[in-house]
Design a protein around this ligand. Structure first.
Ligand SMILES: Cc1ncc(COP(=O)(O)O)c(C=O)c1O
Length: 459
């Protein structure tokens, strides 16, 4: 008898060949794994310790949208009970269906059964779990550098060897990646993951080109590793012509490699809907996403149902077109912020620093032209605070921390007058550093001061 299993048309790489030892130890959550069976018609479930909705203190959640029509979305009755109740570990089924449709529309991937989405309490949580799926503590991990410290911090704490891969104006440098992989010592465990932020990278604001992504995808196949595509700023892209925006790794994989299954993509609703709702999305090969869900089942049960249902209600109201239009408006807002910051930097920092104007996201990566041997960490943590200016020193973005003269400046929240003042204060820090340097050099060059011998004072 023939198998009824669904066979995707495109060859699919099996990521299980790269799974960590530790992830094999997770077993299905005893309660969570039974919950989907509750949906079978006629089932009487005595499974979960779900609270009875009769005890919920809320009767309605109503939210009014910004915008000319000030539309109000209301959750009450059964919808509210559902929103306040436990739900499935992978995420609310209605939201998952909507998100999978979004990924198909945005990245042009077909629903061939080889990939799936799951929702997490923010994308950071999903990235952390995805690393557990592929890496054991101490394993080497490749990071696009400069790197988002939210990820390098937990990798360092897990004892991973952090392998830096340079990024330049066009994102991760495939030649550097190839160098790392082709010179990897025979006797050492090979890295199984490359972590990258391809659009409006945190901290550099740079985006990876499609040419580089294609080269990196080929290297992933050749050297057998996974690409963790953390695309938190995907929808905050300032390139106006959509055809000029680089497609995602997820979108390109089949075309470039003739197979799928090596991309674990995370999206975040934090930068486009709300960071407080804590919703992130993982899209990847089914066996790997299922392992992430298994960790969720055992560790934190599920992402918040309340915020998922709120998001789903909003998304159903918007539809895919409304969602994309909202993101475009958000990008437009940040483009204005970027332009204002670029103008302030131009006014105060020209000659004192260098930078590239970011193509997406929320950050300027500014290289201060400091006296030799100086470091932005020391400068910001001492003089910066005295001068009432806070920014993140470059050292925080170098996985194997070392001195750096860069800083990361976020322009998402600052008012235009404050941008001007911030750049003026940074300029002053640079000027003061040089003044101190000259003063110290001058002191070193001066002949030693010889005090006259004290004279005896006689009456
Ligand atoms: C590159 C990157 N990835 C992930 C995150 C975390 O996002 P979330 O709020 O979805 O957990 C951030 C937050 O700033 C980020 O900059």
């Amino acid at each position: 008898m023939g198998s009824l299993a669904f066979e995707p048309e495109t060859p699919v790489f099996d990521p299980a060949t790269l799974f960590s030892r530790r992830v094999q130890r997770w077993e299905p959550g005893a309660i969570r794994s039974l919950l989907p069976l509750e949906a079978i018609p006629g089932m009487i479930s005595l499974v979960a310790g779900k609270p009875n909705p009769a005890t919920f203190p809320f009767s309605k959640i109503s939210v009014t949208l910004n915008g000319p029509d000030e539309k109000t979305l209301v959750l009450d009755g059964a919808a509210l009970s559902e929103a306040l109740q436990y739900n499935l570990p992978a995420g609310h089924p209605g939201l998952l269906k909507w998100l999978e449709g979004l990924q198909q529309a945005v990245h042009g991937i077909s629903s061939d059964g080889s990939w799936m989405c799951c929702v997490g309490n923010g994308s950071q949580e999903l990235i952390h779990k995805a690393f557990q799926v592929f890496c054991d503590p101490g394993d080497p991990v490749m990071l696009e550098t400069p790197a988002y410290p939210g990820v390098s911090a937990f990798l360092r704490a897990d004892g991973h060897e952090l392998v830096e891969v340079c990024s330049g104006a066009d994102g991760v440098d495939p030649s550097d990646l190839e160098r790392v992989l082709s010179t990897w010592p025979e006797h050492r465990r090979r890295p199984k993951v490359l972590y990258t932020v391809p659009t409006g990278s945190n901290p550099t604001g740079r985006s990876c080109t499609e040419i580089n992504k294609a080269r990196i995808l080929r290297l992933a196949k050749r050297f057998d590793f996974m690409i963790f595509e953390d695309d938190a700023y995907y929808f905050l892209n300032f390139e106006e012509d959509p055809s000029k925006r680089a497609r995602s790794y997820l979108a390109l994989e089949q075309e470039v490699n003739g197979e799928t299954g090596r991309v674990m993509r995370t999206d975040s609703l934090s930068k486009i809907v709300s960071s407080g709702m804590r919703l992130g999305i993982l899209t990847g090969p089914v066996p790997a996403v299922q392992k992430v869900v298994k960790i969720t089942e055992n560790v934190n049960l599920q992402p918040s149902t309340t915020t998922q249902v709120l998001a789903l209600t909003l998304f159903r109201h918007w539809g895919y077109t409304g969602f994309v239009e909202h993101c475009a408006r958000a990008a437009e807002f940040y483009r204005g912020q970027r332009d204002a910051f670029a103008a302030a930097a131009e006014r105060h920092l020209r000659g004192r620093a260098t930078w590239e104007v970011p193509t997406a996201g929320m950050f300027f990566w500014i290289r201060l032209l400091l006296p030799p041997g100086s470091d932005s960490f020391e400068l910001l943590s001492k003089k910066g605070i005295d001068n009432r200016i806070l920014a993140i020193p470059g050292m925080a973005f170098l996985p194997n921390a070392r001195k750096a003269c860069q800083l990361r400046a976020s322009y998402s929240l600052v008012s235009v007058p404050d941008m001007d003042e911030a750049c003026r204060r940074i300029a002053k820090l640079v000027d003061d550093a040089w003044r101190d340097e000259f003063a110290n050099t001058a002191k070193a060059d001066e002949p030693p001061v010889v005090l006259p011998a004290p004279r005896k004072i006689t009456a």
